[in-house]
Ligand binder design. Structure first.
Ligand code: NAD
Length: 248
């Protein structure tokens, strides 16, 4: 069963990792995909071709989600190319980890700008389109760390906790117009972002996860398909943890 036939899904930062996984899963469910990359045109072209081979319309755009004007220009371009935006997936994110003692102001500002300001930029940019369409689903990639905190990630945790507050507020603001807003809080998902971590630490985490494995990009993408589809028509303002039971 194709859950997203004829929908247009816009995903930020989808040339690799979870974003790419979401793009592929949504395409397999029939969605046309507009996605962004920050500075990797070759990888983006490969993803675009992979999506087109699935049989949907797809296009990659170079765009910085942390920049207000670029986000608005992106939405204009996507509307020109696709004519509608049904789902926005705010996936772009970075880490600049360090204990507070050693965290620079720049590290704080960069993470808050890319992870949190970007969802303000993008949601504001798609708002008018979704209001006109009288429907929409906004999905924000938060993290279990935004719920529980994590030593050495105060900037990242603050940004991801902020995303949850934003998600709930937008659900309350736009619910009457049939625009839903939900967050996904992945736990430990094996991607390039987590490959940078100390593998001994990772091994200990996995032992503590009830499902005894790291998550995959597909694990996250499947929940994203659910939130993008009419299967979740009465779900808004929620944070769904995709963490193998880590936060139980
Ligand atoms: P990743 O580093 O593989 O991918 C992030 C993508 O975002 C990259 O393609 C990057 O180019 C893009 N990006 C960065 N800054 C951008 C900007 N300003 N504008 C547009 N694109 C930008 O990371 P990932 O593991 O795939 O993570 C995806 C999302 O999921 C992130 O928001 C991350 O915080 C969140 N997350 C990941 C995990 C995990 O275990 N991997 C866990 C919880 C949450």
């Amino acid at each position: 069963m194709k859950l997203l036939a004829d929908k247009v899904v816009l995903i930020t930062g989808a040339s690799q990792g979870i974003g790419k996984g979401i793009a592929i899963r949504c395409a397999k469910h029939g969605a046309n995909i507009a996605f962004t990359h920050l500075s990797s045109p070759d990888k983006a072209k490969e993803v675009e071709n992979e999506l087109i081979a699935i049989g949907v319309k797809a296009k990659g755009y170079q765009s910085d989600a942390s920049e207000f004007e670029s986000s608005h220009k992106l939405v204009e371009d996507v509307m020109e190319d696709f004519g509608q935006i049904d789902v926005l997936v705010n996936n772009a994110g970075i880490t600049k980890d360090g204990l507070l003692m050693r965290m620079s102001e720049q590290d704080w500002d960069d993470v808050l700008r890319v992870n949190l300001k970007s969802i303000f930029n993008m949601t504001k940019a798609v708002q008018r389109t979704m209001l006109k369409q009288r429907k929409g689903s906004i999905i924000n990639l938060s993290s279990v760390v935004g719920v529980n905190g994590n030593a050495g990630q105060s900037n990242y945790s603050a940004s991801k906790a902020g995303m949850i507050g934003f998600t709930k507020s937008i659900a309350k603001e736009l619910g009457s117009r049939n625009i839903r807003s939900n967050a996904i809080a992945p736990g430990f998902i094996a991607t390039k972002m987590t490959a940078k971590l100390d593998q001994d630490v990772v091994g200990n985490w996995v032992k503590e996860i009830p499902l005894k494995r790291a998550g995959t990009t597909e694990d996250v993408a499947d929940v994203c398909v659910f939130l993008a589809s009419e299967m979740s028509a009465y779900v808004t303002g929620q944070t769904i943890h995709v963490c193998g039971g880590m936060l139980t």
